[in-house]
Design a protein around this ligand. Sequence first.
Ligand code: GLN
Length: 305
Amino acid sequence: MEKLLDRLIEKNRYLTQFGQVANYIPALEKANPEDIGICLIDGKGKQYCSGAYHKKFSIQSISKVIALMVALMDNGEEGVFKRVGMEPTDEPFNSFYKLDLPQGEKPANPMINSGAIVTTSLIKGEGEEKVNRLIYILRKITSNHDITYNEEVFLSEKETGHKNRAIAYLLKNKGLLEGEVEEVLDAYFKQCSIEMDCRDLAKVGWFLANKGRILKSKEQVCSEEIITTILAIMTTCGMYNFSGEYAVRVGIPSKSGVAGGILAAAVNGMGIGVYGPALDQYGNSIAGYGILKDLSKELNLNIFY
Ligand code: GLN
């Protein structure tokens, strides 16, 4: 398996030259665009890693998966989905499309920024408590107690996140946002700044692929029903406005982030974490996508086959 991962990394490395590191959050510009790493944990818990798998990166939009999970645990399906939809969209992840219509439109889904800002607002807790709850559950899932958020990345996005700020105020205006706008935004920017490496990410993938059980203890920390909902939303919306093509070519429930991470949960109980900060036009890791496409074929992971 390690040989296969090494081979796929080398095969897809050339793609990094066609991508670009995210620069709209200045702190992300420091990443090395040539980095690629992967970690895969099979159904039995055996780990295989290759490339720059040990490099830490901020999870960015991947945090939307965990925020959705905690929001569902706190509020139930109805409480969450009356404020955010479950429909894919062909608009980019940071769009405020439909948020300024006179009718009661809600954000399309929880995997784009507008929807995720709503789910973050639904997480119980004041101030720092929301992000602390996300960090707590991520530490539990990964058994890595060093997981925390990166202050520099947080401040960098807080300073430059004007579009997210505009989205949040529109949501507030529509009555879709609980609590103080700036407090919700701080929680959202902090959750995006949580740092992990490919191994941590693969453990989160394993947790999802095994319906809410923790790799180390096998403890069930979330209902199977919630995980099933999350996996369906990852499949239809996890790669933003590339989710349709990704489903055709890869067919693994996945979620990407603009720092270059991709979290994937395969049907056979396999968890995968990929890193490659050079992004394509949709904001997905360009080489990460290439690797997952190949891996899906090699290991028969496409859920539609
Ligand atoms: N923090 C980023 C933002 O809100 C997350 C977006 C992403 O990873 N696609 O713009």
